[in-house]
Design a protein around this ligand. Structure first.
Ligand SMILES: [Fe+2]
Ligand SMILES: [Fe+2]
Length: 177
């Protein structure tokens, strides 16, 4: 994260968050949602690797991909919509010095949307092929894995930046308590 966006993070480093009296339950739950996204994207990567290594049966893989893919896409979409429309404007109103950082996070959401669309398209194809022509699943699964790796990389960076920017604003201004 750029230096100028670490304005409050220097005052409220990550190690101090858990014991801070303004570290509200709702904020802990919001961070819990981030952990769920990290976990789901790893499940999809690990399952795709297992299937490509012939360590997972095709129908099982298709079922798991459909399930975890759907939950990841739905929950990320809802999460981002809420952040863009409600959460970031509220944080920006409280801390105008960090609005540029919040705008950067919103841009990450747009970038991620494109990758999520690519992932969704090829995953749907794999799930269909599990019914129509299982041997053809392998080629497409390589593409699922590549997109899942991209999603994992973007998410890892975005979620960490987001927490580092947002949590200090919450603690400093006693928001969401
Ligand atoms: Fe976000
Ligand atoms: Fe988030």
């Amino acid at each position: 994260m750029p230096e100028e966006m670490q304005l409050l993070l220097r005052e409220y480093p990550r190690v101090t968050w858990p014991d801070h009296p303004n570290f509200a339950r709702s904020v802990q739950k919001w961070m819990g949602a981030h952990d769920t996204f990290r976990a789901l994207s790893s499940y999809i990567r690990e399952d795709s690797e297992a299937f490509l290594d012939k360590k997972m049966e095709d129908q099982i893989y298709a079922q798991k991909l459909a399930k975890y893919g759907h939950i990841l896409l739905q929950s990320l979409h809802g999460h981002h919509t809420w952040e863009d429309r409600r959460f970031f404007p509220e944080l920006g109103a409280a801390e105008s010095r960090l609005i540029t950082g919040l705008d950067m996070l919103e841009t990450d959401h747009e970038e991620l949307d494109g990758t999520l669309d690519d992932f969704k398209r090829v995953s749907n194809r794999v799930v269909q092929l599990a019914q129509l022509s299982p041997p053809d699943m392998y080629d497409e699964t390589g593409t699922v894995l590549r997109h899942a790796e991209d999603i994992g990389a973007i998410l890892n960076r975005h979620l960490t930046d987001e927490e580092d920017l947002v949590v200090p604003i919450i603690l400093h201004h006693k928001l969401r308590g």
